[in-house]
Design a protein around this ligand. Structure first.
Ligand SMILES: Nc1ncnc2c1ncn2[C@@H]1O[C@H](COP(=O)(O)OP(=O)(O)O)[C@@H](O)[C@H]1O
Ligand SMILES: [Mg+2]
Length: 146
């Protein structure tokens, strides 16, 4: 994804977050790694559902993969790998589940709780910081840096 400047977006309900994910997906390129930062309920999965739809994946299939740590969706234009790293204990465990195979694949990785992956996240990754600014207000900052 080409990103000249940070993108700042505010959404007012879940459907707007879905639309934002869908819109950003149009700019995705093979090999993109997108890290989603934000507390429980921030809207990370809501964003991923919209993004998946934008890639041609049925968004109803997308859920927080709490027990399966990585979900693969290959029905779209580019393979999509959705991580929920919440339950990963350490980098060793992240390596054991094959994280690097996904990170260096030509698919697109969307990673919830990326801090659990620590130094495994390549420095070129895109980071999206989500903040709750009200019951249904969420702010998104998309940036190349951390
Ligand atoms: N603007 C918004 N964008 C996304 N989710 C929102 C928004 N406003 C309220 N919500 C609610 O917040 C929750 C977000 O859940 P989810 O996407 O699973 O978060 P996460 O994956 O970050 O834990 C949902 O219950 C959703 O209905
Ligand atoms: Mg989630």
């Amino acid at each position: 994804m080409k990103l000249a400047d940070d993108i700042l977006v505010t959404t007012s309900d879940p459907s707007e977050t879905h639309m934002f994910g869908l819109t950003l997906a149009a700019h995705a390129e093979p090999g993109d790694i997108i890290c989603l930062h934000g507390d429980l309920g921030a809207g990370k999965t809501a964003f991923v559902k919209g993004f998946a739809e934008g890639m041609g994946v049925n968004p109803d299939k997308v859920n927080s993969p709490t027990f399966t740590l990585i979900h693969e969706y290959r029905e779209g234009s580019i393979p999509l790998f959705h991580f929920d790293a919440y339950r990963i204990k350490n980098i060793q465990e992240a390596l054991e589940i094959g994280t690097e195979d996904y990170l260096y694949d030509d698919g697109i990785c969307l990673i919830e709780w990326p801090d659990k992956m620590g130094s495994l996240i390549p420095k070129e990754a895109i980071h999206i910081y989500i903040e709750k600014a009200g019951p249904e207000i969420r702010t998104f900052r998309v940036t190349r840096g951390t």
